[in-house]
Design a protein around this ligand. Structure first.
Ligand SMILES: NC(=O)c1ccc[n+]([C@@H]2O[C@H](COP(=O)([O-])OP(=O)(O)OC[C@H]3O[C@@H](n4cnc5c(N)ncnc54)[C@H](OP(=O)(O)O)[C@@H]3O)[C@@H](O)[C@H]2O)c1
Length: 354
């Protein structure tokens, strides 16, 4: 049962997914302690305020957040022993979003943040339980822990270690093994996270946005992918729905895939919609052209269809890709593909609530 001074401990609040988990928690009036990398707590608060200004146009939105300078790669998260104990004693819940999402990190570096960092957060939850806090733990993983698997990629799998595309997938897979140690922990596995399902809003123009931009601006002269390969995108608000649904129901343990599942398009279907919205003619799908998109090339060669099952029970409803593509492209154009800040319509600001 939640106690009066319990907080939800959140990592990754300065990142794309974590900032919108923070938004939802604040909109619900939940007390939050955000662990942010900085030299000291004042610096950590400044970083979160900058994020709030960039995202919502108002630094005051995070005024009630307890902000602690912390680094998940360090013992006790880099906190002083008393601060660590005090945090654990009030950690009613932990949401671990922090990670490196780079596909090209050396294994040691990716391991340090994605595996060791998760270990440090699991230790915090374990410590919280010894201090009488509930220690609900929600870990944000990735559907790509299925690596190069083909066919139906189940929430209950992968049973065996699959072939991985990069150190990101390998270390996120290992991190899940760390989380499994913690009884009752929940794992959310998003596919490729894109803008909001209602507005297209995103602050992150990596992964699918890089080839998408090259496609609709004509930089790519063909679709650099096998026509039938699967592209599973999930709007960021659906990931937040899954995370917060799991916070609301601590009886749910194990994996929840936040994905499009059966609604995920093929590469050809996706490209056709993107071209149509951009007013350009469709071009052929040429798998050999994938080398033109560098580190993203392995993600146009996906033959797994991710099982979408348990997220439905948390209220997640995948949206048709025909609905999503225009929203994503319109927001990308308004944001000049990440070169211009577009404030997010937010429930935190009554004038712009969506
Ligand atoms: N984006 C996607 O398409 C996608 C898809 C599937 C799964 N996911 C998962 O979703 C989660 C969030 O991803 P994202 O896209 O939001 O990534 P992001 O925007 O790059 O944010 C990463 C966050 O992790 C923090 N972080 C990194 N190293 C840290 C450390 N040593 N100590 C404390 N904080 C640290 C970063 O803080 P700084 O600001 O200090 O760098 C940042 O707040 C990750 O677990 C990722 O694996 C993302």
């Amino acid at each position: 049962m939640a106690r009066a001074d319990d907080v939800t401990v959140l990592t990754g609040a300065t990142g794309f997914v974590g900032s919108l988990v923070l938004e939802r928690l604040l909109a619900r009036g939940a007390p939050v302690a955000a662990l942010v990398r900085a030299d000291d707590d004042a610096g950590a608060r400044r970083r979160l305020e900058q994020l709030a200004l960039r995202t919502w146009g108002d630094a005051d939105v995070v005024a009630d957040v307890e902000v602690l300078a912390a680094d998940v790669e360090r013992a006790r998260l880099g906190l002083a022993p008393e601060a660590y104990d005090a945090l654990a004693a009030r950690a009613g819940a932990v949401v671990h979003c922090a990670a490196s999402v780079r596909f090209d990190l050396a294994l040691d570096n990716a391991h340090a943040i994605n595996v060791d960092g998760t270990e440090r957060m699991v230790e915090l939850a374990e410590h919280a339980r010894t201090r009488g806090a509930a220690g609900r733990f929600v870990h944000v993983s990735t559907a790509y822990v299925h690596g190069r698997a083909r066919g139906l990629a189940r929430e209950a799998g992968p049973v065996e270690e699959p072939a991985f595309r990069n150190t990101y997938e390998r270390t996120k897979h290992r991190a899940e093994r760390v989380v499994e140690r913690l009884e009752g922990a929940a794992i959310v596995r998003p596919s490729i996270v894109v803008g909001d399902s209602r507005t297209g809003w995103t602050s992150s123009f990596n992964v699918v946005y890089v080839p998408l931009r090259a496609l609709v601006t004509g930089v790519l002269e063909v679709v650099p992918a096998p026509a039938d390969a699967i592209l599973d995108l999930v709007p960021v608000d659906h990931v937040v729905d899954a995370v917060c649904g799991l916070l609301d129901d601590p009886s749910i343990a194990g994996v929840v895939q936040a994905v499009s599942g059966r609604l995920a398009p093929t590469m050809e279907e996706f490209a056709r919609l993107a071209y149509a919205h951009a007013g350009r003619p469709m071009t052929p799908c040429v798998p050999a052209a994938a080398e033109q998109i560098g580190i993203y090339a392995p993600y146009v060669d996906v033959w797994a269809r991710f099982e979408f099952a348990r997220a439905a029970g948390l209220g997640v409803r995948p949206v048709p890709i025909e609905q999503l593509v225009p929203l994503l492209l319109d927001h990308a154009a308004a944001a000049a593909w990440g070169r211009r800040h577009v404030l997010r319509p937010s429930p935190l600001l009554s004038s712009t609530a969506v």
